[in-house]
Design a protein around this ligand. Structure first.
Ligand code: B12
Ligand code: SF4
Length: 512
């Protein structure tokens, strides 16, 4: 079958700091390719909707699959799905991905026949089964994870091994458009899948039923060796949780003589516990690290169920500095913040050498706070659920809240601009421009045109055609939301074992 896979357009956040390849879609492409299908992949982060229409006309796909990892992309995908169904009534039109998995029924209702089904959970095996079933004119509801307008099929099942089909990176054009900061161009890779923690604002763990699976060092080495780009973003939610795994991949990287520069994300307690692994990876090319700090006080950390102490965050920043890493951290601004809270963050951000990002606390489907948040949503426009807009009532008038947010973002951006001067001294921008890599350079100048109070307020004033549904299950703040309500993949024996092990390790690290 001819299959066209589509990643939607970028959102506010990725207009500035980074643009990354659609790895999940490439994984699905890898599995479909191995099953004998002809694949094309179009990424609307780097192509236009007109180019998409052109693909429909020239390629005439039998099936079109959209990736919906982000709620804010839902309206665009619904519109494109409806249009696709009109143009190619016999093609199977489906969607999958992180957000689609949490709001499958809702998306099918919005699309009103434009989408034949949603694939919940991991896409590799399910997409292959789906196309087989469609080709045989079977009932799509026989495929695990599939939800159709007529109802759901069996529950999604975790694939036996995520490394069975490596991502089909060759399906993606314009690869030089992907970058993060000065890591330009930059590819992405997975070394593990899932997260054993359970922060209440996050849906990474609820998607995978709190499971945590590792790619074998051989598969990780093989995938890395296939990457042509000199820079690599490791997409794992928490990198190098298990030190022996991080070391075994490092052995493999050394054995193969792979030399890249890396960006990864991890937690403060993992960095403190496995310092020697990160140290070794800095020798292999690790340059940038994102640490999920989230709050600047114990109370905030507790509120997010981060399971990390403030002192650990502080120590982890020191360790990262000692290792010579450039560290980015994120602080979550709550809509209840007043001017003073923003001012405290601004002061702190100026005092620390780290790159500081700020997002706005946003409950969204798949997270516990979606079910426990007592405050009423002030908007149900999917496009505003991008953690850059306030979707809960702000204590300050909205325009003033945004004025504080933008002022803070500006202070943080000026630090980036300061970095620009440093990069110039180091010749980084010149070198990149000489190689024709302009992504990083553009990013340095774009900031003020993207982050402005007027633009944020104008986003709230747009007409809303598709509204996000409200949670059916409400739970009191602090109470647990049952996995049957929250989780896409249900727990299995491996999950339970991994969790028990992680709790033991955390407890012994805390008492050490
Ligand atoms: C890399 C990444 C990004 C990249 C974007 C990458 C890209 N081009 O898609 C960047 C850094 C830009 C990014 C930004 C944001 N991200 Co992000 N991101 C991730 C991260 C860490 C990894 C994604 C990934 O590549 N995973 C590996 C691949 C293999 O998995 P996958 O994409 O989920 O794909 C699998 C399935 O979902 C499914 N699938 C996916 N697409 C399709 C399509 C079809 C047709 C089918 C059948 C199946 C299918 O099959 C795939 C293989 O099994 C995830 C966390 C995670 N663990 O997934 C968060 C995550 C997806 N991001 C999240 C969020 C909140 C954001 C932000 C809004 C805020 C932020 N500060 O992080 C921004 C804004 C996004 C935007 N578009 O502007 C949330 C999603 C929440 C939500 N429901 O909306 C996640 C889960 C992180 C979290 N901790 O909660 N992100
Ligand atoms: S915020 Fe990070 S540590 Fe917490 S559950 Fe999400 S991915 Fe895991």
């Amino acid at each position: 079958m001819k299959v066209l896979l589509v990643h939607p357009s970028p959102l506010l956040f990725s207009e500035i700091y980074l643009r990354l390849e659609p790895l999940g879609l490439e994984c699905v492409a890898g599995a479909l390719d191995a099953a004998g299908h002809t694949i094309r992949l179009i990424d609307l982060q780097t192509s236009t909707e007109d180019e998409y229409r052109q693909e429909l006309r020239t390629f005439l796909p039998d099936a079109v699959g959209f990736s919906v990892n982000y709620l804010a992309n839902v309206p665009q995908v619904i519109d494109l799905a409806i249009e696709t169904k009109e143009r190619l009534p016999h093609a199977l039109v489906f969607a999958g991905g992180h957000s689609a998995s949490f709001i499958a029924d809702e998306m099918l209702a919005h699309a009103n026949g434009g989408l034949d089904c949603i694939v919940r959970g991991e896409g590799e095996a399910a997409a292959v089964r789906l196309l087989e079933t469609y080709a045989a004119r079977g009932d799509l509801r026989s495929v695990p994870g599939v939800v159709t307008p007529a109802g759901p099929g069996p529950a999604p099942s975790l694939i036996a091994s995520p490394e069975q089909h490596l991502p089909l990176r060759s399906a993606l054009r314009r690869r030089r458009k992907y970058f993060i900061g000065e890591l330009d161009p930059c590819a992405s890779i997975e070394l593990t899948r899932g997260c054993p923690w359970d922060c209440n604002f996050c849906s990474a763990w609820t998607f995978y039923g709190r499971s945590y699976r590792k790619f074998s060092p051989e598969a990780a080495g093989e995938d890395l060796a296939r990457i042509r780009e000199p820079n690599v973003f490791i997409v794992d939610d928490v990198a190098f949780i298990r030190p022996e795994h991080g070391m075994a991949i490092a052995d493999e990287v050394e054995r193969r003589g792979i030399r890249k520069r890396y960006y990864l994300e991890t937690r403060a307690d993992v960095l403190l516990r496995n310092r020697e692994v990160f140290e070794r990876w800095t020798r292999l090319g690790l340059r940038y690290m994102f640490l999920g700090i989230e709050a600047m006080d114990e109370e905030g950390l507790k509120r997010f169920r981060k399971r990390v102490a403030l002192t650990e965050n502080e120590r982890a920043l020191e360790v990262a500095r000692e290792l010579g890493l450039v560290v980015a951290v994120n602080i979550i601004a709550d809509p209840s913040w007043d001017r003073r809270r923003f001012e405290v963050v601004r002061q702190w951000a100026l005092e620390v050498p780290e790159i500081v990002h700020m997002t706005v606390a946003t409950p969204y489907p798949g997270t516990e706070i979606w079910h426990t948040e007592a405050r009423e949503l002030t908007t149900r426009d999917y496009r505003l659920f991008d953690v850059q807009h306030a979707v809960l009532p702000t204590r300050l008038p909205l325009a003033e809240f945004y004025a504080e947010l933008v002022k803070t973002q500006q202070v943080l951006a000026r630090k980036h601009m300061g970095l620009r001067a440093a990069y110039d001294v180091l010749g980084i921008t010149t070198r990149l421009l000489l190689r024709g890599q302009t992504n990083f350079f553009r990013m340095l100048w774009k900031f003020s045109s993207v982050y402005s109070v007027e633009r944020l307020l104008a986003d709230h004033a747009q007409p809303v055609r598709y509204q996000i549904g409200l949670p059916e299950t409400r739970v009191a703040p602090g109470e647990r939301v049952p996995p049957s309500v929250l989780w896409v993949h249900q727990p299995n024996a491996d999950t339970a074992r991994e969790l028990a092990g992680e709790r033991r390790r955390s407890a012994s690290a805390a008492s050490a």
